[in-house]
Write a protein that binds this ligand. Sequence first.
Ligand code: NAD
Length: 236
Amino acid sequence: MLTLKQTDRIVVLTGAGISAESGIPTFRDAMEGLWSEFEPEELATLSAFKKNPKLVLDWYEWRIKAFVDKAIPNPAHMALVKWEEYFDHFTLITQNVDGLHIKAGNKNVIEFHGNIKRMKCLGHNHKFAWIRDGEEIPLCSVCNSMLRPDVVFFNELIDSENLQAANKAVRNCDVFFAVGTSGVVYPAAGYIEVAQKLGARTCVVNTDPHYPSSKRDPTVFLRGKAGEVLPNIPLE
Ligand code: NAD
């Protein structure tokens, strides 16, 4: 069993699994209906955006309207709000772009892969709330370049500030949690091993017993839905 103290430095890495109970499908599950003829890699890349910005924006806008705008935080998100209040040092690194941790009330959140409800311009990364309406391809009001989703596309680098903040938190933590992530998207997927090598206790929460694919076993594997497991982890 994992005993947690208020003074422990906690890092929680979350992935699409934590939002599944809020009705947000994983990438692959979202490739249905209209979009079933595409692979995510054909839509979530910079070259795809440059080739056909309307198609890419349509796909993101469909995901926002079909899932993200309707979703509300679930008990797993709410448990992490309590954790942030309880622990002296708490960092949440999320690979999710749905903004649900912030909607739930967490403050120290590193949105590692961006936020689907924001846009940024191709020219200078000027940021805006999602301002597209219907067919148009919106332009930056500052530099007039095209606006794209403010998410990390496949093959793009993580924002350097986010990367530094996450690296620092992982290197200094006492306990590292990986919740609802398949551990295949790097660099986030490597964090569990970094934390473990530096002496942190590690805990995986996942419905799939085959995770993690890393070389070392986590200190604790809690199999189950994040919304059922996290609220039941005792705080001392
Ligand atoms: P993933 O889809 O690769 O893996 C999800 C993991 O969660 C799986 O291991 C699965 O077994 C587990 N899981 C499913 N339901 C669960 C539950 N209720 N409780 C606990 N575990 C559960 O997700 P990933 O590792 O985050 O990587 C996919 C990439 O796709 C990420 O980079 C992310 O940016 C993006 N993405 C984000 C969202 C979102 O914002 N909600 C949705 C889809 C994809």
